[in-house]
Write a protein that binds this ligand. Structure first.
Ligand code: ADP
Ligand code: MG
Length: 235
């Protein structure tokens, strides 16, 4: 058994951090609307680590976008943390994301002009936290980058950039982190370091983690797996 699965702080009796009920998402295209999520039901408990797998184009990133408030639902219900996403304005969804949700993307999405420390501190800086720098420094030390504080993304390897992105996702102690193929651009070993860091941080703080991955072995290390095909949950 791996260290990841030895202990889990998840509390299945607490209200879910994510509850989707028949969630739908359509995108407008020149040929009319296309539906990419066709009625997703999903409940994720506090501290739970859930893998999301499925073929390319099945709607995994769209699901992350809906839960992270980046896209509004076109039907159904979505409660994320204590917020009814269907009733929120775009501004409200942005504030929820900033305050309470960390997101890690495949392509890192760091701000090129900022140092590792500034990038990792960003959610706290935006929230006006006076201890932003000190907290970000501690978080970068936890992800093994205490010696890279003043480097800009262009001076960091892919694995280091992704660890900065992980530090940024966790720095504000969110109850939910969304990760969309976070190791998709990394080699096996580097990816494993990033994954271990994310699992340690999530397990250590009881943060729920929704992890999109194509790697069946990685999905097996999660508490459970959600398989999506054609915008629907198949298992
Ligand atoms: P996955 O992450 O599983 O590969 P996506 O959620 O990215 O899948 O995409 C699901 C479907 O939605 C695909 O058919 C894709 O082409 C389409 N799609 C994604 N984003 C948009 C968009 N902004 N406009 C129109 N179609 C989109
Ligand atoms: Mg995707």
């Amino acid at each position: 058994m791996s260290v990841d699965t030895l202990w889990s702080p998840m509390d299945l009796s607490a209200p879910p951090v994510i509850r989707l009920s028949q969630a739908r998402l359509s995108y407008p295209t020149p040929d009319g609307e296309i539906e990419v999520l066709s009625g997703i039901d999903l409940s994720v408990s506090p501290g739970e680590i859930v893998a999301v797998t499925g073929p390319s184009g099945s709607g995994k990133s769209s699901l992350i976008a809906v839960i992270g408030g980046l896209e509004p639902l076109s039907g159904g219900q979505a409660r994320v943390l204590e917020t009814d996403m269907t009733a929120e304005t775009e501004r409200g969804r942005t504030l929820l994301r900033r305050r309470d949700i960390g997101i890690v993307f495949q392509a890192y999405h760091l701000v090129p002009s900022m140092t590792a420390l500034q990038n990792a501190a960003l959610p706290l800086t935006l929230a006006g936290d006076p201890d932003a720098q000190a907290k970000a420094e501690r978080m970068l030390e936890r992800v093994g980058l205490g010696h890279r504080l003043t480097h800009r993304p262009s001076a960091l390897s892919g694995g280091e950039q992704q660890r900065v992105a992980v530090a940024r996702a966790f720095v504000a102690a969110p109850r939910l982190v969304l990760a969309d193929e976070p190791t998709g651009n990394l080699d096996q070993r580097t990816g494993e370091t990033v994954i271990r860091t994310m699992f340690d941080l999530a397990r250590g703080s009881g943060t729920a983690l929704l992890l999109v991955t194509h790697d069946p072995a990685l999905a097996d290390r999660c508490d459970r797996t959600l398989v999506i095909e054609g915008g629907r949950v198949v298992t």
